[in-house]
Design a protein around this ligand. Structure first.
Ligand code: GDP
Ligand code: IMO
Ligand code: MG
Length: 431
């Protein structure tokens, strides 16, 4: 069975944990979108320090599982190399198990610079990006003439000519638009490319061909989404989104695999909501409730360390993510984080100009103004981290999940009660 794991909120839902768990039964794990803006945490056991993966698929920790980075990813080569080295230092040799698409685009040093300059120039209107060069790299992909793909590393003579032109253009752009005085150095950037060419030479393949052959051969494939559906370039809270299709709609373009290759689109949500960076967040609790969730759930960004904004579970945006993504089942994480709260709230509708909206609004300006309709549910007190089966959860915790499921009209099959691999309860039929 092939599964695609997708975040249904604003990222950081616990995708890394679930991919790591499901990879036990996978032959291949495929990271297919975004870049080093992602931070996927995997904690194998209580006594082991967790792994924070930005570009390597979260299945890479398992021996015998092949790891693929497809065309949809924007690749920061040095981050991939440092993650591989970091794993090696911890006894995991993953070099021979990693394959990278020649069609993936390279995040160049000037993309990161452009990200920082652009955000600084926007001032109060900034997006609050991760400064990983994601938007500028995808921008160059769309522009085409200023793009550099991984496959370009296989033709360094051709790349030298192209890169010289691009660096000249970027220097003119940065000085002209942003008044930047420090010029990019072509030689230094090309030297980086030569180093990457050597390091990645054995890993570059046509991942589309690889995946189709694997599908035909009946291999079990696990696709790992990055970010969350509400950060989707087309369907998220534009312009406060990332620059790729991070909802389930992005899978096909980012892999070359049809959606019908996937048997289960598994949506990941937290039992509440979080968001990093700017943009509308209707259920945000900029108060004691939000602070309690942040502290208890360790809600600080895996990539940037920024405190995450926290709020109640938003069934309106999650239902929208389920609809556009054709989500089959849900893994709900962080139930343990809610214990100790007297009452819990679920947002079941948005009011706008005195009327209940019947569909998720497309405009951030509307979302900024909606009033949430909440249902209040009794809280629970017990520490859930040692609970090992659904039946042993407190009744109030079960009632909360039951109600969330009812509102979402999508089966919640897995429930997280802690960050470790083992702290996931099976609620309904196995995936
Ligand atoms: P991702 O980007 O979706 O992979 O999520 P992140 O790794 O950025 O953030 C999720 C955080 O929650 C990580 O620190 C995980 O270790 C942690 N986590 C995941 N599931 C649970 C859970 O059920 N309970 C608790 N307490 N922590 C969890
Ligand atoms: P994972 O995969 C949470 C957010 C940034 C910012 C917006 C645009 O760990 O869930 P970008 O750098 O992509 O141009 O930033 O998107 N963002 C994330 N938020 N989790 C992520 O990834 C994110 N990746 C990007 O905070 O608001
Ligand atoms: Mg994350």
């Amino acid at each position: 069975m092939n599964t695609c794991v997708v975040g249904l909120q604003w990222g950081d839902e616990g995708k890394g944990k679930i991919v790591d768990m499901l990879s036990e039964k996978a032959d291949i794990v495929i990271r297919y979108s975004g870049g080093a803006n992602a931070g996927h945490t995997v904690q194998r056991s209580e006594n082991e320090e967790s792994f924070a993966l930005h570009l390597l698929p979260s299945g890479i920790l398992r021996d015998g599982v092949d790891s693929i980075i497809t065309n949809g990813v924007v690749l920061d080569a040095d981050i991939v190399l440092s993650e591989l080295q970091g794993l090696k230092d911890r006894g995991i040799d993953a070099y021979s198990r990693l394959k990278i698409s020649g069609r993936a685009h390279l995040v160049m040093p000037y993309h990161k610079k452009q990200d920082i300059l652009s955000e600084a120039a926007l001032g109060k209107e900034k997006i609050g990006t991760t400064a990983r060069g994601i938007g500028p790299c995808y921008g160059d992909k769309v522009a085409r003439s200023t793009a550099v793909r991984v496959a370009d590393l296989e033709d360094l003579d051709g790349l030298a000519v192209k890169l010289k032109r691009i660096v000249e253009y970027k220097n003119k752009f940065f000085t002209g638009v942003y008044g930047e005085t420090e010029l990019l150095n072509y030689e230094e950037i090309f030297a980086d490319c030569c180093r990457w060419a050597k390091a990645f030479e054995p890993m570059i393949i046509d991942t589309t061909a690889y995946l189709h052959k694997a599908w035909k051969a009946g291999k079990t494939m696990l696709f790992e989404g990055a970010q969350g559906s509400m950060l989707d370039l087309d369907h998220g809270t534009f312009p406060f989104v990332t620059s790729s299709n991070s909802s389930a709609v992005g899978l096909s373009a980012a892999t070359g695999m049809p959606a019908k290759a996937v048997d289960c689109f598994l949506g990941i949500v937290k039992a509440y909501s979080t968001r990093v960076g700017a943009g509308p967040f209707p259920t945000e609790q900029d108060n004691e409730v939000g602070d309690t969730i942040r502290v208890k759930g360790h809600e600080f960004g895996t990539t940037t360390g920024r405190p995450r904004r926290c709020g109640w579970f938003d069934a309106v945006c999650t239902s929208f993510a389920i609809q556009i993504g054709g989500i089959d089942a849900i893994a709900l994480q962080h139930l343990d984080t809610l214990s100790g709260m007297k009452e819990l709230k679920i947002c079941t509708g948005y009011m706008y100009n005195g009327e209940l909206l019947d569909f998720y609004p497309s405009e951030a300006s509307v979302l900024e103004k909606v009033q949430c309709v909440y249902e209040t549910i009794e809280g629970f007190d017990a520490d859930l981290r040692n609970v090992t089966s659904w039946d042993n959860l407190p009744e109030a915790a079960k009632a909360y999940i039951d109600r969330v499921e009812q509102v979402l009209q999508c089966p919640i099959t897995l429930v997280g009660v802690g960050p470790q691999r083992s702290q996931t309860l099976q609620r309904r039929s196995k995936l």
